[in-house]
Structure formats: structure tokens, C-alpha cells
Design a binder for this molecule. Structure first.
Ligand code: MRU
Length: 333
């Protein structure tokens, strides 16, 4: 079952907020409803958001055709609505714009563009997995952050795809999945995926990662990305830069695995990447229980930026782009 797919002129997603307890499908028929699902993270992860952007525009086009309304105008409105739903993940706007480009040819062409993007995502992730595993073939104990598996894409995923491919070639001894506060994409989603795939794994609280890395218990860190600036600075789930700093100090590879679409050509440096600030209640509450004292406020940036000079390489479906931090030794070749 895919995290996102197109069926009977509707978008079908798995509600990721309910995982791992329940696997529930949500059928979405309107662009505005899809925006709501995206904002509450029922569908999330950079590549899945790219496909959601495209399929959301397709929803707008198809509904307009059904009403006898102007398909191009409806697709344009849907694109504007979706592109702004989450500001950091560039793939969302990219996917929406790709689908919109087909709108002058009618609703069927928009749907075809969205489905082509879905299929291209699967192929891209497969290639990223292979290239990443070539690069990190000496690593047997790998750490990852947030969720970059099939749930964050259509199939396979990016950093988790690299990890799975490494394991397929030669069994890994341990995958460390950081829990990823505040919404626990690592504990809820990555651990679920790793378990289903039969990979040896442990969850770490986010703050435990640096200590394990400095103690020599991790051979490589591999993460995904939500936006990569032209200079290689990379926005990813909040907490990522701490793992990069620890990896640099320990001299182990820190690799970003992401499709080419995650590069934002007109975002020149990390300082220009808009960081999504999410609601403070995600931090102040654990589930429905408030854990902070009454009156205490929180900041809740959803992402941070890892400077290019802390990154060993970005692996995409087309290339391995070496960045600022070369690493000698067996783990990265
Ligand atoms: O807020 P989310 O759950 O959409 O976070 C995005 C992510 O899953 C990541 O930052 C991920 O590492 C990159 S997307 C494969």
C-alpha cells in the first residue's frame, strides 16, 4: 500500500498520524482538503509532498471538468493553494507546478503529469538507493533522522532506501533511528518501516545521537532533505544539524540522500530557506497531555539547515555531489 496514490479521480493517502497503531486510508477529492491533510502531516515527507502537490492540482482540474468550469483557472488556484501549504519542503511547490504546466492541455493531461511524477519518484528513489549504497558500502552501523522511507515517498524512500540497499548487499549490524521530536516520525514511522523490512534497529532519543557518534558506535549518518540551496546548504527535519556536527567531529560521513527536485535553484544559500514554524502545542503536549507548566511557551521550528561544509555528499538519482567535508576510510568511497 502506497503512502499516496490516485484512484477513481481521487487521491488516496495513508493517514500517517495514526501509524503505527492503525493503517487507515483517507480519500481526498478536493485540493483544499488535501491542503488540510498536508498541514496536519497525514501525508508528509519531501517526495510524497511532491506527488501530493501534483495530484492536488490534478484534483482541481478534474473537479473543474466535472462542473464544466475552467480547468486552467481551477488548476492555477489549486497550485497556489498547495504550493504554500508547507513552506520549507520545495518538492511540494515543484510537484504542483509540474502538474500545472500540463493544464492548458486539459484535465486528463494534468492527471497524466501527476501519475508520471509518481512513477518517476519510484525510479529516482531506486537509483538513489543504489548510489548511496555504493558510496557507503563500508558502513555497517548507520544512523538516520526523521522518516525518509516509503512513507515519505511513493515507494522505497531516500535515506531509508540507501540503508535498505546497504543491508540487501551485506547485512547491517545496526540502524539507529532517532525518535525525531516533537512528532516522532522516527519512532512511529521509520522504526515501523525498518521492522517490516527486517532490519536490525534501535530507536534513540534525539539527544543521544551525538554521544553515540562520538563514542565510535556509528559508521555513517544518512538523512533526507526538504530543500537544498544552490550552495549545498540543506534544510531537513529539525535536529539534523546536531547529527552533522557530531559526525564532523567524529570524522564519519554525513550523507544527504534526495532527488534532484529537492535542489532549489533560486535559493542560493541556507539563510534564504524559509523554515516552517509549527504550532507550539506540538512541543507543549505529548499526545493529549500537557507536559509543560501552565503559561510556558515553546518555539517549534520544523526544520534546520545543515551548512554544506558539514556534508560529505548529496546523493541524487543522477549523481553523487561531494560537498565540503571529505571523509577518508572505508565507510565512504
Ligand atoms: O515534517 P515532515 O515529517 O514532513 O518532515 C520531513 C521529513 O520527513 C524529513 O525532513 C525528511 O528527512 C526528508 S523527506 C524524505
Amino acid at each position: 500500500m502506497r503512502a499516496i496514490d490516485w484512484r477513481d479521480d481521487a487521491v488516496v493517502i495513508i493517514d500517517q498520524t495514526l501509524l503505527p497503531e492503525r493503517t487507515t486510508r483517507v480519500v481526498v477529492r478536493e485540493p483544499a482538503q488535501l491542503v488540510t491533510e498536508i498541514r496536519r502531516l497525514a501525508i508528509r515527507g519531501a517526495m510524497a509532498l511532491g506527488v501530493a502537490g501534483a495530484m492536488g492540482v490534478a484534483l482541481g482540474a478534474v473537479r473543474a471538468r466535472e462542473r464544466g468550469a475552467d480547468v486552467l483557472a481551477a488548476a492555477t488556484d489549486a497550485c497556489a493553494l498547495l504550493a504554500g501549504a508547507r513552506p520549507t519542503a520545495i518538492n511540494l511547490a515543484w510537484g504542483a507546478q509540474r502538474a500545472l504546466a500540463a493544464a492548458p492541455d486539459g484535465a486528463a493531461a494534468v492527471v497524466a503529469a501527476a501519475l508520471a511524477l509518481r512513477d518517476a519518484d519510484i525510479a529516482a528513489n531506486r537509483a538513489i538507493g543504489r548510489r548511496g549504497a555504493d558510496l557507503l558500502d563500508g558502513a555497517r552501523r548507520v544512523l538516520t533522522h526523521c522518516n525518509t522511507g516509503a512513507l515519505a515517498a511513493v515507494e522505497i524512500g531516500t535515506a531509508v532506501g540507501v540503508i535498505a540497499e546497504l543491508h540487501r548487499r551485506r547485512p547491517l549490524t545496526m540502524v539507529y533511528a532517532t525518535e525525531t521530536r516533537p512528532l516522532l516520525q522516527g519512532s512511529r514511522l521509520t522504526a515501523w518501516e525498518l521492522g517490516k523490512a527486517g532490519l536490525p534497529h534501535r530507536i534513540l532519543v534525539d539527544g543521544a545521537a551525538a554521544g553515540l557518534i562520538l563514542a565510535g558506535e556509528v559508521d555513517a549518518v544518512v538523512v533526507g532533505a526538504d530543500r537544498i540551496a544552490a550552495n549545498g546548504d540543506t534544510a531537513n527535519k529539525v535536529g539534523t544539524v546536531a547529527h552533522a556536527l557530531a559526525a564532523a567531529r567524529a570524522g564519519i560521513p554525513f550523507v544527504v540522500a534526495a532527488p534532484e527536485a529537492t535542489f532549489a535553484a533560486t535559493t542560493y544559500t541556507g539563510a534564504e530557506i524559509p523554515i516552517e514554524e509549527r504550532h507550539e502545542d506540538e512541543v507543549l503536549f505529548v499526545g493529549s497531555r500537557r507536559v509543560a507548566p501552565p503559561g510556558t511557551r515553546a518555539r517549534n521550528p520544523g526544520f534546520d539547515v545543515t551548512p554544506a561544509d558539514l556534508i560529505t555528499a548529496v546523493v541524487t538519482e543522477r549523481r553523487v555531489l561531494p560537498l565540503g567535508r571529505a571523509v577518508a576510510g572505508a565507510a565512504a568511497r
